[in-house]
Each structure stands twice: as structure tokens, then as C-alpha cells.
Design a protein around this ligand. Sequence first.
Ligand code: HEC
Ligand code: HEC
Ligand code: HEC
Ligand code: HEC
Ligand code: HEC
Ligand code: HEC
Ligand code: HEC
Ligand code: HEC
Ligand code: HEC
Ligand code: HEC
Length: 431
Amino acid sequence: MPRQRTTKAIAQRIELDYLKKSHPFRSAMFWSVVLAPILAALWLAAVWSSQGDRVFQSGPVSEKHALFADDCLQCHVPWEGTPDTKCLRCHTVEIHQPVERFTPSCVGCHFEHKDRSLLSKTSDRHCAQCHKDLKTTGGASEFDDSIVSFDSGHPQFDVIAENRSDPGSLALNHAAHMKPGLEGKDGKVTLRCESCHVADSSGGYMLPVSYEKHCKDCHPLELGMILPGEVVPHEEIQVVDGFVRGRLARLVAEKPELLQQAAGDGDGNSRRRRRRRGQSEPETAVTTDAWLKQQISGVEAILWKKGCGTCHDLVGKPELPLISPTKVPDRWFGHAFFAHKSHRALTCTACHTEAGTSKKSSDVLLAPIQTCLTCHSKTGGAQSACSQCHTYHRRPDVIRLEGTMGINPLRVGKWDEFDQSAPAEAPVTGP
Ligand code: HEC
Ligand code: HEC
Ligand code: HEC
Ligand code: HEC
Ligand code: HEC
Ligand code: HEC
Ligand code: HEC
Ligand code: HEC
Ligand code: HEC
Ligand code: HEC
């Protein structure tokens, strides 16, 4: 017999007061709905009371900003985010290029709440947004316009690409000076690169080579036979000329017999003629002026040519030439920086491969980009971020802090004592 299933029968099976009856599951559900927000609010209040606004952030701010990490409003404007004007209250930064077509916002490159050490480590894509297709307000750029990363599209360094020569006029034959056992002041010397090239105090660049420190011992500027062992100072040529004149004047004042000898010195033929005629010599001493004139020109002719002229280009009149400016560059890359210190584990010739064999000072001894790429590339091991070698903000004055904070607000977190009245500066933008 088929089952009777009328609507009425079905309706009777429904408990109309079901929802009113208590059930452990239902009450648990009710209480969780009510309690969850309350607990959350309590937790928030508890954490807020101990940690302040920090409870709202997704991660700590960078180490450099830890001083005011809890004072969100130093960087944030409620409902607006983090406008550049907030950063510019503390930092004065120069724009990247006067000819840039737009100025990206600070937070486009400097991240917060992500990794405490990330602040200045900006990724290449921020540079590539312009440099992969570089244009200026005036159209095409003078620089390479398709740089994406160091190992993709980065141009060869200009000095190498354009096959420039060293603009310096100081003579130095590197190969001759790297020979072992050169004749030094106190016997044989074998020079090393570091004998002449010493890094500056930061370890970045090499200090200029100096005559006094690096050449004098082997190349003394000798006055010559007249005063054996005596040297002239390494100075402007007029100063050296003055020194030579003064020194010889003193010499003849101390030893007037030199005037007698000089008269006897005459030219060889007249002396021989006088001797043949049985005359005793000399008849008359030369005057001091005449003596000085003759000696000075004799000493200086040799000094300029064989002394100064060994290392310098001499121009002008031979009696008193001019020393061409040496113009030895102390920076080769105007658009990038370099630090020898970070590479001190390498031999100098790992990069300056030609330095041991170069014979002319006009040789450029710098490495091509390929040398750098052996390490600074994705597979090379060393970092190759643009910011490793280039600055983005023009120097100097990148960072200027006003010193508006006292110790107390920092110590007890009373941020209202921090001078908020310092005017916000308008962001710097290009023309
Ligand atoms: C040194 C400046 C600085 C301070 C101080 C700071 N913030 Fe931020 N905050 C930023 C920057 C920069 C961003 C990224 C903004 C963007 O991408 O537009 C950011 C983003 C945020 C975001 C968005 C989520 C995220 O992580 O991107 C929240 C939420 C936030 N901050 C909360 C806070 C709170 C809460 C405080 C105070 C306890 C605080 N911040 C203090 C600079 C700061
Ligand atoms: C209340 C002042 C203040 C504000 C606002 C501020 N900074 Fe700083 N910032 C500092 C101080 C202090 C340092 C540390 C300076 C130092 O070590 O010489 C610093 C350092 C930095 C550094 C260098 C970090 C490093 O690793 O060397 C960067 C980049 C920077 N801030 C960017 C920003 C950006 C972007 C903003 C805006 C979101 C901002 N700052 C807002 C005070 C501030
Ligand atoms: C296109 C990316 C980019 C933008 C946009 C940018 N920066 Fe930077 N910033 C860098 C890089 C790369 C460095 C590290 C190299 C350097 O100092 O130029 C840096 C360094 C800094 C430093 C540290 C300087 C130092 O001497 O250690 C401060 C401070 C700074 N930026 C503030 C700002 C502020 C403020 C803004 C917004 C007005 C801003 N930056 C916009 C990329 C950027
Ligand atoms: C908003 C666009 C823009 C961004 C972003 C940008 N650049 Fe530039 N950059 C330019 C322009 C424009 C020039 C100048 C071209 C000219 O004068 O012909 C330039 C020139 C340069 C130069 C050569 C001139 C000089 O002053 O040294 C270097 C190096 C450079 N940028 C590096 C960087 C690095 C590194 C970054 C990333 C941290 C970066 N740029 C981000 C637009 C940009
Ligand atoms: C390992 C160091 C290093 C890295 C990384 C690096 N560069 Fe360079 N870059 C240099 C050197 C060195 C020069 C030559 C500078 C000079 O001649 O004054 C240069 C030159 C330039 C120039 C001028 C080029 C020209 O046409 O004269 C620009 C623009 C430039 N780099 C942008 C970048 C950008 C963008 C990145 C990142 C994608 C980057 N560089 C990464 C070292 C580096
Ligand atoms: C006796 C001193 C002396 C010694 C030793 C010496 N140098 Fe030099 N070096 C100079 C002088 C002076 C200059 C500047 C004149 C010139 O450009 O040749 C110079 C210039 C340079 C330059 C920059 C000029 C360019 O054209 O690239 C490099 C790089 C260099 N030396 C590397 C080396 C290395 C590497 C060694 C060791 C293998 C070395 N030097 C040994 C004196 C020395
Ligand atoms: C250890 C001793 C020593 C030192 C230090 C030294 N020289 Fe010399 N120099 C010599 C000797 C030896 C010769 C001759 C070498 C030859 O002809 O092979 C010479 C030759 C020269 C010559 C001409 C020879 C040529 O072959 O072109 C010049 C120029 C020169 N040196 C410049 C310098 C300069 C500049 C410095 C300092 C930066 C310097 N020297 C430091 C020992 C030295
Ligand atoms: C053995 C090589 C050597 C000889 C010889 C030498 N000089 Fe120099 N001179 C140098 C070096 C190296 C420098 C650059 C560093 C320094 O100033 O010490 C220099 C620099 C100079 C300068 C500065 C030029 C500038 O552009 O900066 C003058 C001036 C000068 N010398 C004059 C003289 C005179 C005058 C003589 C001869 C009496 C002389 N030098 C002999 C090696 C020499
Ligand atoms: C990793 C490659 C590398 C190594 C290793 C290296 N250099 Fe350099 N050197 C360079 C570069 C790149 C420059 C150009 C820097 C600039 O002037 O912008 C330079 C420049 C120089 C200059 C010219 C002055 C200056 O500082 O710009 C001298 C001199 C010099 N190096 C000597 C040395 C000596 C000596 C050693 C060994 C102690 C050495 N270098 C090791 C890469 C290297
Ligand atoms: C044998 C490997 C090697 C070679 C070749 C090399 N580098 Fe480096 N370079 C390093 C290492 C390692 C560091 C430091 C760690 C890092 O940043 O990854 C470094 C750091 C640097 C820095 C940052 C310096 C600082 O202290 O801020 C610059 C700039 C640089 N290199 C430029 C160059 C240039 C330009 C060349 C080519 C002439 C070059 N390097 C060749 C390994 C190398």
C-alpha cells in the first residue's frame, strides 16, 4: 500500500517552535557571534594601550625611522595615505634630473612596513620605468635609452666605448716602474701598485699620486755638480727659479774664490793661449753678477730639461718654461660611484689588466663593463642593482634633518611635544 503523504501530515511533522527551543550548538553559535567582536575590540584596546597605533600597521617601519615608528601621522595623512610633503618635512631631496618628464612619488621607491632594511634598496624596475625608453622634456636623451638591468642594455662605459686617452700630462711608464729591483735611495726597490696608489680614508677612491711621497726618493731634483747632493724644492717653476738664484747668491757670498776660479775657467782655448805665453792666471775675477748670470742659466737649463722635463710637459720659453697642468683625473666616472674597498680581495690587475705592461701615460687602464659583469650579474654573485653604482638624488644636500625632536618626547612617547609647526615643503618638481 502506498504511503499517504498529504501536506497536512507533513506540516504536522514540522516543529514550529524549533528555533525557540535551546540547543547547545545554537547557543554556541549565538555567543560566538556576540563575543567575537567584543573580544576583538578588547584585544585591540589591550594592544593599543600597550603599543599604540602600531596595532594597525602591517609590519614595523624601517630601522632608520624607528625613532618615531609609533607616530603614524609623521608620514600618514588620515584617508589620504602618505603624501610626499610628509617626507619632505624631514628630508630635502633634489630631484633626479631637471629634464625628467615626471617625478615619481617617494613611496613609489621607498617602502615601509615591509622589511626593516629595505628603505634605500630600491628595485631596478623603478629606474627602468624611465630608463628602458628614456625621454626628456626636450625629447631624446643624450644617454643610452634602453637600460633595463646591468646585464641587459647597460651601455659600455664612455671612456672605453669612445676609446678615449688619459687626459693627464704627467709622464709615467708603468711597465718600467713595475720591474723588480729598481735603483732606489737606499738600494734596490721593487715597487707594488700600493707604493704609489693609496686609497682615501673611506677606501673608495685612490688619492692623487704625490711627488714628495712617491717619486722623490728615486728622482731627486738635484742642483747639479755645483752643489752635489743638494736639491731644489718641488714647487711652481718661478719658486724654484727664486730658490736657485738665492742659493747660488749665498754660495758665492760664502765662497768668493769661485769668482776667481770662474775667470780662470774662461774658454779652454784662451786659457791654453795664456799658459803658452807664460802668464799667471787669472788676471781679473768675474763680477758677481756675471758669475750668477752664467751659473743660473747653466744650472737651470739642466734642471728644467733633465729634472722637471722627465715628468712634465714644458711649454713657453726655455729659460723659464711653464709646467703644463698635470690634469691627472682623480675620478673617471662622473655618473657612477665606485668603492675600491669592496673589491680589496682582488689583485689590482684583476681590473686594471694593462697596468703592469702599459708604457705610456696616455693609456687608459680601466676595466670594461665585461669585467664587472663577471660578478655583478644575476649569475655572478654580487649585487647588480642600479642603486649599487648610481645615485638617484643629486648630491649634495640629499638629506637635511632639522633637529626638531627633543629627548623627552622620544623617551616617554609624548609626540605632541615634537614641533609640528615646521613648515611642509612643496615637492620639488621639474620644469
Ligand atoms: C616613516 C613613515 C611611516 C610611519 C611612521 C608609519 N607609516 Fe604606515 N606607511 C608608510 C608608507 C610609506 C606606506 C606605503 C604607502 C603607499 O604605498 O602608498 C605605509 C602604509 C601603511 C598602511 C597600508 C598597508 C601597507 O602596509 O602598505 C597601513 C595600514 C599603515 N601604513 C599603518 C601605519 C600605522 C598604524 C602607523 C603608526 C603606528 C604607521 N603606518 C606609521 C609610512 C609610514
Ligand atoms: C620625522 C622626520 C622624518 C620623516 C617624516 C621621514 N623621515 Fe626618512 N629619515 C628620518 C631620519 C631621522 C632618518 C635617519 C637619518 C640618518 O640615519 O642619517 C631617515 C632616513 C631615511 C632614509 C635613508 C634610509 C637608509 O637606509 O639610509 C630614507 C630613504 C628615508 N628616510 C625616506 C623617507 C620617506 C620616503 C619618507 C616619507 C614616507 C620619510 N623618510 C619620512 C626622518 C624622517
Ligand atoms: C625612482 C626611485 C626613487 C624615488 C621616486 C625617490 N627615491 Fe629616495 N632614493 C632612491 C635611491 C636609489 C636611493 C639610494 C641612492 C641615492 O642616495 O641616491 C635613495 C636615497 C634616499 C635617501 C637617503 C639618502 C642618503 O644619503 O642616504 C633619502 C632620505 C631619500 N631617498 C628620500 C626620498 C624622498 C623624500 C623622496 C620623495 C620626494 C624620494 N626619496 C624619492 C630612489 C628613489
Ligand atoms: C622619472 C624618470 C626617471 C626615473 C624614475 C629614473 N631616471 Fe635616471 N634619468 C632620467 C632622465 C630624464 C635622465 C637625463 C637624461 C638626459 O639628460 O638626457 C636620467 C639620467 C640618468 C643618469 C645619467 C646622468 C647622471 O646624472 O648621472 C643615470 C646614471 C641615471 N639616470 C640613473 C638612474 C637610476 C639609478 C634610477 C633609479 C634609482 C633612475 N635613473 C630613475 C629619468 C629617470
Ligand atoms: C656595477 C655597477 C653599475 C650598475 C649595477 C649599473 N651601472 Fe650604470 N653605469 C656604471 C658606470 C661605471 C657607468 C659609466 C659612468 C660614466 O662614464 O661616467 C654607468 C653609466 C650609466 C649611464 C650613463 C650612460 C651613458 O650613456 O653614458 C646610465 C643612464 C646608467 N648607467 C644607468 C643605469 C641603470 C638604469 C642601471 C640599473 C638598471 C645601472 N646603470 C646599473 C655602473 C653601473
Ligand atoms: C711609481 C708609481 C706608480 C706605481 C708603482 C703604479 N702607478 Fe699607477 N699611476 C701612477 C701615476 C703617476 C699615474 C698618473 C699618470 C698616468 O696616468 O699614467 C698613475 C695612474 C694610474 C691609473 C689611472 C690612470 C689611467 O690611465 O687609467 C690606474 C688605474 C693605475 N695607475 C693603476 C696602477 C696599478 C694597478 C699599478 C700596479 C700594477 C700601478 N698603477 C702602479 C703611478 C704609479
Ligand atoms: C724605486 C725608484 C723609483 C720611483 C719611486 C719612481 N721612479 Fe721613475 N724611474 C726609476 C728608474 C730606475 C727609471 C729609469 C727606468 C728605465 O729607464 O727603465 C725611472 C724613469 C722614469 C721616467 C722616464 C723613463 C721612461 O722610461 O719613460 C719617468 C717619467 C718617471 N720615472 C716618472 C716617475 C714618477 C712620476 C714617479 C712617482 C710617481 C716615479 N717615477 C717614481 C725609478 C723610480
Ligand atoms: C719624478 C717626476 C717629477 C719631476 C722630476 C717633477 N715633478 Fe712636478 N709633479 C710630479 C707629480 C707626481 C705631480 C703631481 C702631484 C704633486 O703635486 O705632487 C707634480 C706636480 C707639479 C706641479 C703642480 C701641477 C698641477 O697641475 O697640479 C708643479 C707646478 C710641478 N710639479 C712643478 C715641477 C717643477 C718645477 C719641477 C722641476 C723642478 C718638477 N715639477 C719636477 C712629478 C714630478
Ligand atoms: C673591481 C675592479 C677594480 C680593482 C680590483 C681595482 N680597481 Fe682601481 N679602479 C677601478 C675603477 C672602476 C676605477 C674608476 C673609478 C672612478 O674614478 O670613477 C678605478 C680607479 C683607479 C685609479 C684612478 C683614481 C681613482 O681612484 O679613480 C687608480 C690609481 C686605481 N684604480 C688603482 C688601483 C689599485 C692600486 C688597485 C689595487 C689595490 C685597484 N685599483 C684595484 C676598478 C678596480
Ligand atoms: C670578483 C668580483 C667582482 C668584480 C670583477 C667587480 N665587483 Fe664590484 N663588488 C663585488 C662585491 C663582492 C661587492 C660587495 C658585495 C655586494 O654588493 O654584492 C661589490 C661592490 C661594488 C660596489 C658597491 C660598493 C659600495 O661599497 O657601495 C660598486 C659600486 C661596484 N662593486 C662596482 C664595480 C665595478 C664598476 C666593477 C667593474 C670595474 C666591479 N664592481 C667589478 C664584486 C666584484
